[in-house]
Every structure is written in C-alpha cells, then in structure tokens.
Design a protein around this ligand. Structure first.
Ligand code: TXA
Ligand code: MG
Length: 331
C-alpha cells in the first residue's frame, strides 16, 4: 500500500469508518488517528507505530462536552480548559468506563486534549466521536510536522494522509497530570510553559523527572530517554561557535557533518550550516526543529551537531527533545 496525500476531511472520515487509521495534521505534529471506540483500528495504530502496548494513547476531543464523556473533570482542569483549549495542552485525568483499556494501556487515567487545527477539528465534527492520535511516527523516531515526512516515515503502511501543510507549533503538546489536584505535575514540556499553567492554576506545578527512572516511566510511559531520534548520530553541544570536539570525535566533527545553530551564524554559510531561526525566536525554532532534523536525516550527513537553546518558555521543550534525540551524546 502507498498512502494517498489529500486535502479532504470527508475522505479521511470515510477511511476511518472503514477501520483504516489515517494521518491528520494538528497544530503540534501530525497524529495517527483512529476512532476511540474502534478497538481493531486502535490495535492497528499500535502495530503501525511499532509502539509497545504499555504506552497509552492521547484521546483527542472537540470540546469540553466531549471531554466530560471520557474523563472526570476537576476544578483545576476546568480552569485550564477554559484558557488553553483548543490548543497544545494534554491533561491526564481519571478515565470514565467508556474509554477502552487498550487506549490507556490498562491504566485508570486518560490523556485528553482538544486540538486547534481546523482540518483535525473538521474530522472530529464529521465523525461525531473522539479520536486517539499518537504522533504519526514509528516508535522513538522524530515526529512529523508535514505530510511528506509522514509519507517518508510510514507512507507505505497507510491509506490516507490529510495534508494540512506545516504544523505551526512543531513540537508535541505540554502534558500535565491533574490526577491529584493538589499536586499538578508536568509530564512533558511543550508549547505551553509551566509558568503559564501556574498563572491559571494559582498553584505551583511540580516537574516530573524527565529520565528513565522507574518513577518517571510509570507516570508517563512514553518518557523514554532515547526518543525523537534521527538515524544519523546527533551530538548536542552548549554553543557551536568556537566548539572544539574531544580528540576521539574530531574526525566525526569535520567529515560530512551538519551543524545546526539556534540562530543564523554571522558568516557565509558553506552549505553544512543550518539554523532554526533567523532572529533568536524560540517559537520559530520550535516550529523548525523536527522538520530540520528529518531533512538532515535524509541528506548525506554522517553526523549532526546541534546547539542548545535558551532554557525559557518553549525553549525548555526544545532542549528536552534535543536531550532525548542526542541521548548520551551531550558534550
Ligand atoms: O501534540 C501531541 O500531543 C501529539 C498530537 C498528535 O496530538 N500527540 C502525541 O502523542 O505526542 P504521543 O502518543 O506521541 O505522546 C503521548 C504521550 C506518550 O508519552 C504517552 O506515554 C503519554 O502521552 N500518555 C498517554 N496517556 C497517558 C496517561 N494516561 N498517563 C500518562 N501518560 C500518558
Ligand atoms: Mg510521540
């Protein structure tokens, strides 16, 4: 099978009704969607992604009304929904019995968000029920932010990719657990920073350790230390300007390497330097991050060297993804 890339929400719905998962654009990254109550199609999503069955899926709803059908909504959740939905905020809440256990990997909690992308919302409206949608990449690979990158990663296993152009945010949603209202816990950095959540909650937000400890993995099974990885070895450095590699990596640093700067370097580019933003704009850097990594991974580079970004706002989410993409290659 070779996926068709098209622009018709009606065709996406027709495929979903036939039990075929489809790739849909959200404002963060592309998702691989299946209807919440089609367990066979959900099994296909796990299989297509090669995702372990203990790693639960996010349920995507149209609005608060659909949210209430799938989760128990507490007062803190209601405040956040009011301000940030539709948008890139996923809430972990106690699930209602109608949510199949296959979605939540047998847990009693469910992850829910209302996406803001018009085409995704149109599909939700036409279908009239929530959709599960993990990012449309294979396990531990880079999330796709355009239809062509979905095609490259899993096109030969899908029937339809709904093309919504480039995802404007480019980085997956912020995940906040509100299972204990008195102890809101950030499980994944994303476009909505911790401080913005605290402002609305009038409460401090605890940060779960983003590592491979049993505790973190239990809280959020997808928090693998190695994640978002291109096939090409990726090295993370503090600053590329003036960087001197250790002796054993000198050859790698100089031969067929790509260098990714946070901002445009002040010199003529040789074709091996790339930059995430023209003007030190973290939002632009986030939007370009995964697309840049995917493109470089498909080029002829033997290694990718990338620098960290300022650790503030969405910069925390960028650095989190970079750390995972580099896993033990932080110099
Ligand atoms: O922006 C996004 O969130 C994108 C778009 C497509 O909506 N989706 C996405 O899904 O990033 P996924 O499956 O790639 O990442 C969801 C993360 C996983 O790490 C998973 O373990 C975690 O959410 N998760 C899902 N349900 C959970 C639950 N009940 N408790 C804790 N973590 C959960
Ligand atoms: Mg993912």
């Amino acid at each position: 099978m070779r996926a068709v890339i098209g622009c018709s929400p009606e065709e996406a719905v027709a495929q979903l009704k036939q039990g075929n998962p489809v790739a849909l654009p959200t404002e963060t990254v592309y998702g691989l969607a299946a209807p919440l109550w089609d367990e066979d199609a959900i099994l296909k999503v796990y299989a297509l992604k090669q995702r372990p069955s203990n790693n639960p899926l996010i349920v995507h709803v149209l609005d608060e009304c659909q949210l209430k059908r799938v989760a128990h909504v507490n007062a803190q959740a209601a405040k956040l929904v009011n301000v940030f939905w539709p948008g890139p905020l996923t809430l972990i809440l106690p699930k209602k019995p109608c949510v199949p256990l296959i979605v939540t990997a047998q847990q009693s909690s469910v992850a829910v968000r209302a996406p803001n992308a018009p085409l995704f919302r149109k599909v939700l409206e036409l279908l009239g029920m929530p959709l599960v949608a993990p990012s449309a990449n294979k396990f531990q690979q880079v999330s796709p932010t355009c239809a062509q990158h979905v095609m490259h990663g899993m096109g030969d296993t899908l029937s339809y990719i709904l093309d919504g152009g480039l995802c404007p945010l480019g980085i997956e949603s912020t995940i906040l657990s509100l299972l204990d209202e008195q102890h809101p816990t950030l499980l994944r950095y994303g476009p909505i920073p911790k401080e913005a959540l605290e402002d609305v909650l009038k409460h401090s937000v605890h940060i779960s350790p983003a590592d491979t400890s049993d505790h973190a993995t239990k809280l959020c099974p997808g928090l693998f230390k190695k994640h978002y990885s291109p096939h090409t070895p990726l090295y993370l450095v503090d600053k590329l300007q003036g960087f001197k590699p250790p002796q054993h990596l000198e050859q790698q640093f100089h031969q067929q390497a790509a260098y990714v700067f946070f901002t445009r370097p002040h010199r003529t580019l040789t074709g091996k330097e790339f930059y995430l933003t023209e003007n030190e704009d973290l939002t632009e850097a986030a939007a370009n991050l995964f697309a840049t990594l995917q493109d470089l991974d498909q080029g002829h580079f033997k290694s990718i060297w990338i620098e960290t970004v300022p650790h503030q706002g969405i910069g925390c989410a960028i650095n989190d993804r970079l750390n995972r993409a580099a896993h033990d290659r932080f110099l």
